[in-house]
Design a protein. Structure first.
Length: 505
């Protein structure tokens, strides 16, 4: 065989042998059934090692190009895999050469999309920017126990197509949890649907409630991923201010009279990013406004389980006697972010529509992951994990609050959160969060700036510090760096320092 090898090429010799033989088979120069030299003979002919030729032959056999027959040698396969076509692609491509190429027009995202100030790939020792659970707390050993047991005794259903509502035992467990939280879970009143995390759930709900160009009301500030999803869907949003008692429902009342709002998106418990809890009187007012204007409410109940002090807060859905609230929960912050399992609790009247929409979009989520989660819960592992992480996160929360108390100048204020993973900080009026971050990054401190949470992506004198992924020592040091940099910036101000408005105002 006259195989020419380029010994100066960066391509390995065995790979050159594979490509040459493959091309000969494709061109017909080596027809099906043709005999090839033995490994030893071809190695001698090419002046290469036996190992090189054997590696090439093994891969060609694995790819279906060659066959080996015991005692007979190596031959071209009768039907080389992937190399026999009813139409010759090269001939077809020559005949299609005159067609003009497709011109793709990439979607031009709104300039407000994303807006995260820290560049991808940058690493800083004091990473207070992500409101995420700590991977070092993930219960790997217990997950391994559950998953190994499932794979040791596999069932077809683990890898079969799932029902769009989800794995029924997990659905039933969530229904009991929602009932314990005060939600009316009688059949037909409210139903639970498993979703692929909060974002997938919100996307499906918005598809049912609002069309491109229509408007929804959101809190300002609010969770950045809500804003990004609305931008991608072309849904307009208008902001409702948040203060120490949560969403300003009086402001919302005026807005609902002026604008045609298709839905209200709220984070009433441990609001992200401010950490506030919507006051009881405002919860009642919000539900009355929804009923008065016939506007549905989407409740993002992302972290109600992450409570450190105070009484447990029922979901807004527990007060919903009129069927106006669609509740969305998730395991992303309480268990594993990458699991991508959440759930929707919604009125029975719209549940069938939602199930059909979900079936049309993705048919269902991974049953293996749902079964694994339910087994993890059934063994009591989830409750143990939650108790452990709440204890750790509370210690970190207190460490950050203590660091702020020690190191912040009196012109800086903050909200003491009773749950969640973050602290919202208010700066002097003359100091904006983006220039402050730029001054802190050289010292190794990063945090989330105000524009990230603003519907208009405008910067302001506020920022979010997250304690989920930082140690107590890192939180103390991060607070010290922040206080020092703020003082430096205050010293350079040409006008008297003005304290930012207290969040309760």
């Amino acid at each position: 065989m006259n195989i020419i090898l380029d010994r100066e090429s960066k391509q390995p010799l065995y790979r050159q042998i594979i490509e040459t033989i493959t091309n000969w088979v494709k061109s017909g120069e080596l027809p099906p059934g043709a005999s090839l030299p033995s490994v030893r003979q071809l190695a001698r002919d090419l002046g290469v090692g036996i190992k090189t030729v054997r590696q090439a032959y093994d891969e060609l056999v694995a790819n279906g190009v060659l066959d080996t027959r015991q005692g007979s040698g190596t031959f071209v396969s009768d039907r080389p895999a992937g190399l026999v076509f009813s139409v010759d692609p090269e001939e077809l491509n020559q005949g299609m050469a005159e067609l003009p190429p497709m011109i793709w027009q990439p979607y031009k995202f709104d300039t407000r999309f994303g807006q995260f100030t820290i560049k991808a790939g940058e690493e800083h020792p004091y990473k207070l920017s992500l409101a995420q659970p700590d991977p070092s707390l993930f219960p790997f050993e217990r997950i391994k126990q559950v998953a190994t047991n499932m794979l040791w005794y596999p069932k077809e259903m683990f890898f079969d197509r799932s029902h769009p509502q989800g794995y029924q035992p997990l659905v039933e467990w969530l229904e009991r949890e929602m009932a314990l939280a005060g939600v009316d879970m009688r059949p037909g009143v409210n139903e639970v649907i498993i979703s692929g995390g909060f974002q997938r759930a919100l996307s499906m709900i918005l598809d049912l409630l609002a069309a491109r160009g229509e408007m929804v009301a959101v809190e300002t500030p609010t969770y950045a991923s809500i804003l990004n999803l609305l931008i991608v869907k072309g849904i307009q949003c208008v902001g409702v201010p948040v203060d120490g008692a949560g969403m300003d429902t009086e402001y919302l009342s005026v807005l609902l009279r002026k604008e045609r709002i298709k839905a209200i998106i709220t984070i009433p418990t441990y609001h992200n990013p401010t950490g506030t809890v919507l006051a009881n009187e405002r919860r009642e007012h919000l539900l009355r406004l929804a009923a008065q204007h016939r506007v549905p409410i989407i409740e993002d109940d992302w972290g109600r389980a992450l409570r450190y002090e105070g009484n447990a807060v029922p979901p807004l859905k527990a007060l919903d006697s009129g069927g106006y609230v669609i509740h969305v929960g998730s395991f992303s912050k309480t268990f594993l972010p990458g699991l991508r399992i959440g759930w929707i609790t919604l009125p029975g009247e719209i549940a069938v529509t939602a199930l059909r929409a979900k079936f049309a979009a993705d048919k269902g989520d991974s049953w293996f992951l749902q079964v694994m989660l339910h087994e993890f819960i059934s063994r009591g592992y989830f409750d143990k994990h939650l108790r452990k992480t709440i204890k750790v996160y509370n210690q970190r929360r207190l460490a950050l609050l203590d660091g702020l108390k020690q190191h912040m100048p009196p012109e800086v204020s903050w909200v003491r959160p009773s749950g969640g993973l973050s602290v919202w900080v208010r700066l002097p009026r003359q100091i904006k969060s983006i220039p402050l971050l730029e001054a802190c990054l050289p010292h190794g401190l990063e945090f989330a700036t105000a524009n990230f949470f603003s519907p208009e992506r405008e910067d302001s004198s506020e920022l979010r510090l997250s304690f989920g992924r930082a140690t107590e020592q890192e939180l103390h040091e991060g607070a010290r760096i922040l206080g020092d940099v703020i003082r430096e910036m205050m010293d350079k101000l040409s006008t008297p320092v003005e304290k930012g408005a207290d969040f309760a105002e």
